[in-house]
Design a protein around this ligand. Structure first.
Ligand code: SF4
Length: 249
């Protein structure tokens, strides 16, 4: 490898990733601390986040699929006002429900799922959303993400939330790469994310990563110059290194 000297060496040192010198454990801690601190000033407010009500949290998770948070925010309050309980939802008129959720798209499929889910919760659990993960993931349309969201956001359970946005962040920062075609189903990724969660801070941390992926580490052009974890991010250090090499070619 070429030995760098003078200005070239100076630039190289400037861009030298901190991660070369710290153990993974420290790296995880730095990532979590920085993200939590960033989130204290930059958290995005949504009505389903300002509650511990499992009904609202579960419904929000279903409404949020394949649409934007902004669109869900626009209809969420009126949705909850019209269907304030699992009982009301289980007996909802499907056409009426489709009309309420139409702005989100996929209203027919979504309405069917919501009513089916509400009916099962009424019949099997008397309208109470179960509190254990095994029961939750057996409910219609509820997978590991939604089950974890309910348990983490309502009860602070130490569980990770992994979606494509979160995967993008951890792939970039830590250069972990799933070998599976669908990284969302890769236990390695879930376990990696779980290990990042600081003790007792699962709720804040998961929300911080979601907002960070949405505001800073965005898909096409991540906002590295204003990123709170740029000095430990392997993607950023690689980009800088290749920029440096291009600069000196
Ligand atoms: S430095 Fe850039 S790529 Fe790395 S986490 Fe921050 S925004 Fe994402």
């Amino acid at each position: 490898m070429e030995k760098l000297t003078g200005a070239k060496a100076g630039l190289h040192n400037l861009f030298k990733p901190l991660s070369q010198d710290v153990k993974m454990e420290e790296l995880r801690k730095i990532f979590a601390d920085k993200l939590l601190a960033w989130h204290q000033k930059n958290a995005i407010k949504f009505p389903w986040r300002e509650t511990r009500d499992t009904y609202k949290i579960l419904l929000a998770e279903i409404l949020l699929r394949k649409t934007t948070r902004k669109q869900v925010k626009e209809i969420f309050e009126s949705f909850i006002k019209k269907y304030p309980s699992m009982e009301m939802l289980a007996s909802a008129n499907i056409r009426e429900l489709e009309r309420v959720i139409k702005p989100l798209g996929m209203q027919r499929k979504r309405a069917h799922l919501i009513i089916r889910l509400a009916k099962v919760i009424m019949e099997k659990y008397g309208g109470e959303i179960p509190r254990d993960r095994n029961s939750l993931i057996k409910l219609p349309g509820i997978g590991p993400y939604s089950a974890n969201a309910v348990l983490c956001l309502a009860y602070d359970e130490q569980l990770p939330l992994v979606d494509t946005n979160v995967i993008r962040v951890i792939e970039r920062v830590f250069q972990v790469k799933s070998k599976k075609a669908r990284a969302r189903t890769d236990p390695m990724i879930w376990s990696f994310m779980e290990n990042l969660i600081p003790n007792g801070k699962a709720r804040e941390f998961n929300l911080a990563v979601l907002d960070f992926a949405n505001l800073i580490c965005v898909p096409k052009v991540p906002k590295c110059p204003i990123c709170p974890v740029h000095n430990i991010c392997l993607y950023s250090s690689k980009t800088k290194q290749s920029d440096l090499e291009r600069y000196h070619d």
